[in-house]
Design a protein around this ligand. Structure first.
Ligand SMILES: [Fe+2]
Length: 219
């Protein structure tokens, strides 16, 4: 007779909700800023899909550097969420001080997709959803076990559960921020409906990592 099943090595996805009115206001602010940037600077393309457009996605640029009070409030929301995720969810022995070195906007239209990748230049990564109408594709994460290079045997699940599933697709609402450990691989499948998804992605790095054996600081 089975006495117990113990889940081992769980992986958290932090889900945070921003204020609805502010989210709607940020949609309009971002739309205007993107239009201005497209004219003055241009659009950052995507090497794999002509239907996935990026803004502020080049080295040294950040959406958070735009001078607008609402973006300052958004920055505050991101920071509070990161602190909760690292201090209360992960409970890492870690300073609350951090930086967000990159923050960029993604616009996906019909036919757009994003290949499987992880953010090797970062500690915690996130995506906030500004526009997510019905028909949009969500964010798909892949379990570490799928990254093995050696062959292994893998049966099909009779009924998907947390022990037999190696991918998870999350469908956010508008105003939702996902946070995850930056080493997790993720992707978005091709958008087949004629809708437009707009999201804001970012990377977080603690200002200091001090294990007692080594100390690393970022600025
Ligand atoms: Fe990503």
């Amino acid at each position: 007779m089975r006495e117990q099943v113990v889940p081992m090595f769980s992986t958290p996805l932090g889900i945070y909700q921003w204020d609805e009115d502010k989210t709607n206001e940020l949609k309009e602010v971002t739309r205007q800023l993107m239009q201005k940037r497209a004219v003055e600077v241009g659009v950052d393309g995507c090497p794999v899909s002509n239907d996935l457009l990026h803004f502020w996605n080049t080295s040294g640029n950040s959406f958070l550097n735009e001078d607008h009070p609402l973006i300052e409030e958004f920055h505050q929301f991101l920071s509070e969420s990161y602190i909760d995720f690292t201090q209360d969810v992960y409970q890492w022995k870690l300073t609350k001080e951090h930086i967000i070195p990159e923050c960029w906007v993604n616009v996906t239209r019909k036919g757009g997709w994003q290949y499987k990748h992880s953010h090797s230049n970062s500690f915690v990564s996130g995506t906030f959803y500004l526009n997510f109408p019905p028909g949009c594709t969500g964010l798909t994460f892949t379990h570490f076990s799928k990254e093995k290079t050696a062959p292994y045997l893998s049966p099909e699940p009779a009924k998907p559960n947390q022990f037999n599933t190696e991918t998870l697709t999350m469908q956010p609402n508008e105003g939702i921020l996902f946070l995850w450990s930056s080493n997790l691989t993720h992707e978005t499948e091709i958008l087949t409906d004629d809708v437009r998804r707009v999201s804001i992605s970012m990377n977080f790095v603690p200002k200091v990592i001090d294990t007692g054996v080594y100390r690393l600081s970022f600025s």
